[in-house]
Design a protein around this ligand. Structure first.
Ligand code: ATP
Ligand code: MG
Ligand code: MG
Length: 406
């Protein structure tokens, strides 16, 4: 009798790890930042085992992951070693060693989404070309390699002109605006010069920025989350309002564009589609993230299935969950570093202290070891019976912040 118990126990052992969660698949995540952390938190609810690869010993995901391998997701040997310990590989950041992912895929390693998707997304110019080929509406764009081609872009697209780095961009660090032809050289210098790989984008005169998270399962089933409005400050996501207050027709158009964009990419997971809404009711695609995204943090409290749980379900092959909202309205506020060091921590904790007494508010603190200006340190989601009520709650929380700072 004892022997048979042991037999059944060993059948739940894989590579020495006991597997007893909702899915038996051991999932590896490249990257252990806040997105990795929230993926691990969602996994823990279902007793799924998530291994994280991140170079920082005390990265946000390290304390909540099943196992944290300290190493670079940009180093081929490290990624290959990491892959040996996992049954499915996914990412929380697109700036990973994609050539190694392609090689691993050829050897039969299960990457979700597919390496081909990561390759397209991690180079914004390639991404723009890809979506343009698939008939997705975009701001016009053009490769620039010297002052002459930058001037040609300015002549064709007008000013202000957006100059972007093709690779390694996040939180607007990779964007520079030239207000006129005279500004071109300084904008290019600010981005590290033409050798870094730059392109120019026509200025999108948007009245709102919208985002849609689209989930795709391994069986190719697709579900879209409600359209949200994202409000950026100095190129960094600051506030997200869910659902977006736009007419039904715009919501439908935004969802259709997002669905079409994600349909052109391969693999399972959640994908965030950032969009511009123009005055004349056009929807233009800005960029796609092949992973959970800041515009979807509100889903933890406001939707039946959070974007993090959805990503886990999608990549391991579980059925997708219900993406609809269970609260009428939600607003997400990013806690960005306001100052370096102790003073920054003090300001953030003042805000958190006030959030704790706001009805419907949930605080997420990412436990990043260092405080830096404009760094995403945490977020607060407020849910409630209407957008005007959650906005009023947010404003009261922030008004006191202003008073406190004076
Ligand atoms: P993320 O953190 O979203 O990955 P990123 O560094 O990749 O940011 P983008 O998404 O390209 O940067 O741009 C950041 C913000 O800059 C946009 O959300 C938008 O507010 C503004 N922006 C980008 N492209 C344009 C454009 N063509 N016209 C006008 N504004 C733009
Ligand atoms: Mg980006
Ligand atoms: Mg963006």
């Amino acid at each position: 009798c004892k022997a048979s118990t042991e037999d059944s126990e060993t059948s739940f052992m894989k590579d020495g790890l006991a597997v007893h969660g909702v899915s038996e698949k051991i999932l590896g995540v490249l990257g252990g930042g806040q997105l990795g952390r929230m993926l691990c938190q969602a996994a823990s609810k279902m007793a799924m085992k998530v291994l994280v690869l991140d170079p920082m010993e005390n990265c946000p995901a390290s304390s909540v992951s099943y196992h944290h391998m300290v190493g670079s997701f940009y180093d081929s040997i490290t990624v290959q070693e990491f892959a040996k310990r996992c049954e499915v590989l996914t990412v929380e950041i697109e700036h990973v060693d994609v050539a190694t992912l392609e090689k691993l895929e050829q050897q039969g390693v299960d990457c979700q989404p597919k390496a081909s998707t990561i390759r397209i997304i991690q180079d914004k110019y390639l991404q723009k070309e890809h979506f343009s080929r698939h008939g997705i509406p975009l701001p016009q764009f053009m490769l620039i390699g010297n002052l002459e081609s930058a001037k040609t872009a300015g002549d064709q697209f007008g000013y202000p002109l957006m100059i972007k780095s093709k690779r390694f961009a996040y939180d607007g660090r990779g964007n520079a605006v030239a207000k006129s032809e005279d500004d071109l050289s300084s904008a290019v210098t600010a981005l590290g010069g033409y050798d870094r790989g730059l392109y120019a984008e026509k200025w999108a005169p948007f009245i709102k920025e919208l985002a849609v998270i689209v989930a795709r399962g391994r069986d190719n089933s697709m579900l879209c989350y409600p359209v949200v409005e994202t409000i950026h400050k100095e190129n960094i996501c600051h506030i997200v309002k869910a659902p977006a207050e736009v007419p039904w027709k715009i919501r439908k158009l935004a969802t259709d564009v997002a669905h079409k964009a994600v349909s052109s990419l391969e693999g399972a997971g959640v994908f965030a589609v950032e969009l511009f809404l123009t005055k004349d009711g056009q929807i233009l695609l800005n960029e796609v993230a092949p992973r959970p995204h800041n515009s979807g943090h509100h889903t933890i409290e406001s939707c039946f299935t959070s974007q993090f749980e959805q990503h886990l379900r999608a990549v391991v092959g579980l059925p997708l969950g219900d993406p609809s909202m269970k609260t009428p309205a939600a607003v997400m506020y990013n806690i960005l570093g306001e100052d370096e060091g102790e003073s920054g921590f003090y300001l953030a904790h003042q805000l958190i202290g006030r959030a704790l007494s706001v009805p419907g508010a949930s605080v997420h603190w990412y436990d990043k070891p260092e405080m830096r200006r404009q760094r995403k340190m945490g977020h607060i989601t407020i849910v409630g019976p209407s957008m005007s009520i959650v906005e009023a709650r947010l404003n009261s929380m922030l008004k006191e912040e202003i008073l406190d700072c004076q």
